[in-house]
Design a protein around this ligand. Structure first.
Ligand code: AMP
Ligand code: MG
Ligand code: MG
Length: 309
């Protein structure tokens, strides 16, 4: 009998694929239905019909299968989807895997599901579709423990990667990079002085600038980059939960810029933001963390205290 966790992961894998199909169809239609979510603060933050439809599919399908599950989704203003858009069946291959012992007795009420229906929206609207991922992350008792990262535009059918901490990750192979190499991947669209200063302090061999949290973590997993550095607020819990769980399941690490694990236990909106930035690595995590300037660590901690008091 599958555990509650494995049932939710198996359903999420099937649902992410369906959301990916919807995203591809909307891109093909040419009508992205872009609106600006950040009219108040003046920074353009796009939401498209693909973000709205993908979230509606994910939330309605999960809620139908697990009515009491707590789901936190990025988007507001999602229309209801028709019955035929809903996913009813879990992925059977996921259900063949054994749940790690420490998660076997988790109740559905112990879980929080963090949904970013389309990560990399800005790049999606610019045609960089390879940066787009669908993210469904699962946390329990404050920690990211499982995640699904689906790439709708990876070849024709898309690709789904999933993982559970302590079990491993599926759908991707880790590539070990040469020791000592420092290729850093970071934001393409949300650069700040703090991010640049932190990257400079790490003396990288090369810096890659791409869209989306999911995509950058996959670059780290696949050995295209060695570290993902973002020393500023900007990413939210739904950006990090799924990629973090997959990266840790494969032996890597993802923390904030102070080298502390991200806390997923609080679900009030002021905690959605990762105020203290993110650092993701395939290996040598502490070495990267030790190079982060103290002034940046402190300024981010002050920001967290100010915004969550
Ligand atoms: P990026 O690396 O810039 O693609 O950001 C990764 C994720 O964090 C995406 O979902 C972005 O939308 C989000 N994000 C990062 N910085 C910001 C920001 N300044 N404003 C809004 N969203 C952001
Ligand atoms: Mg996102
Ligand atoms: Mg998104």
């Amino acid at each position: 009998m599958a555990s509650n966790l494995m049932k939710v992961v198996a359903s999420s894998v099937a649902i992410a694929g369906k959301a990916g199909n919807a995203i591809r169809l909307i891109m093909k239609s040419g009508d992205l239905g872009v609106i600006d979510k950040a009219v108040k603060d003046g920074n353009f933050d796009p939401q498209t019909a693909a973000d709205r439809t993908a979230q509606a599919i994910i939330v309605a399908s999960l809620s139908k299968q697990f009515p009491d599950l707590l789901i936190v989704g990025e988007e507001e203003g999602c229309d209801a989807v028709s019955e035929e858009m809903l996913v009813e069946d879990p992925d059977k291959d996921v259900l063949k895997q054994n749940c790690p012992d420490n998660f076997k007795n988790l109740k559905l009420s112990d879980l929080v599901v963090w949904v970013d229906p389309l990560d990399g929206t800005k790049e999606f609207t610019e045609g960089h579709v390879e940066h787009v991922t669908v993210l469904i992350g699962i946390s329990a008792h404050g920690k990211a423990i499982a995640g699904v990262v689906h790439q709708p535009f990876f070849s024709n059918e898309g690709r789904t990667i999933w993982g559970v901490v302590g079990l491993g990750a599926f759908g991707v192979s880790a590539t070990v990079s040469p020791p000592g190499r420092r290729i850093i991947t970071t934001t393409k669209s949300h650069m700040t002085d703090n991010v640049q200063q932190t990257i400079d302090a790490m003396k990288p061999d090369k810096v890659l600038r791409t869209g989306g949290c999911g995509y950058k973590v996959l670059q780290v997993i696949e050995g295209i980059a060695d570290a993902y550095v973002f020393a500023t607020p900007g990413t939210k819990k739904w950006d990090t939960c799924a990629p973090e769980a997959v990266l840790i399941a494969m032996g890597g690490m993802l923390t904030d810029i102070r080298n502390e694990r991200i806390d997923y236990s609080k679900t009030a909106p002021k905690y959605f933001m990762n105020w203290t930035g993110i650092l993701g690595t395939a290996s040598e995590h502490d070495s990267y963390a030790s190079k982060i300037p103290e002034s940046i660590r402190e300024s981010l901690k002050m920001k967290f205290d100010e915004k969550t008091k």
